[in-house]
Write a protein that binds this ligand. Sequence first.
Ligand code: CA
Length: 226
Amino acid sequence: MPHILIVEDEAAIADTLVFALQGDGHSTEWVTLGNTALEQQRQRPADLIILDIGLPDISGFETCRQLRRFSEVPVMFLSARDGEIDRVVGLEIGADDYVVKPFSPREVAARVRAILKRMAPRSEAPAMAGHFVVDTLRMQISYRSQSLVLTRHEFRLLHCLLEQPQRVFSREQLLDAVGVPSDAGYERSIDSHIKSLRAKLRLIAAEAEPIQTHRGLGYSYSPDHS
Ligand code: CA
């Protein structure tokens, strides 16, 4: 049974979430402070955290930043108004999704299901792709026998490309793979993730170009260039 931690200082909102999520077969825990959430996650790790941005002690953003130092748990932000979240910033600090209040608890429950499904490891054994070895369980990829230090978005991006060599993925498809709703504004962030990924790969093999750019189309992984 997936365990969901709800971090929300308004009891009425927390109640509707607890009700919807428990109805969906999840166990839930509700806390009102960012610091309590961090403590909880250390002691009894949840499978997903629903995190309000406006909290009485530290903000949801700050909570997420601190969380990411020790946990890769998926995070869904609750935002008081549209525009509170700079989407790119939200992505960069490691959010998986967000909803704007007032929201439908059913919709939140559906999104929670979608995130958990996406997080489920597809295969247990490390998979080879050219010079790459992908370990989905540990969220680790090594390149030419060297372990890459990747952000979670870089990991998912590279993993997606490696799974289907030569296939050209559009930015929208890559956003999907990363797990971000693909509306306007996000697409350029794919370019910046690709850029930093390439920089990390070049440190290992300066001349290789395993990630190919297809102008106007997107990106692909080319084993021939890796
Ligand atoms: Ca609040």
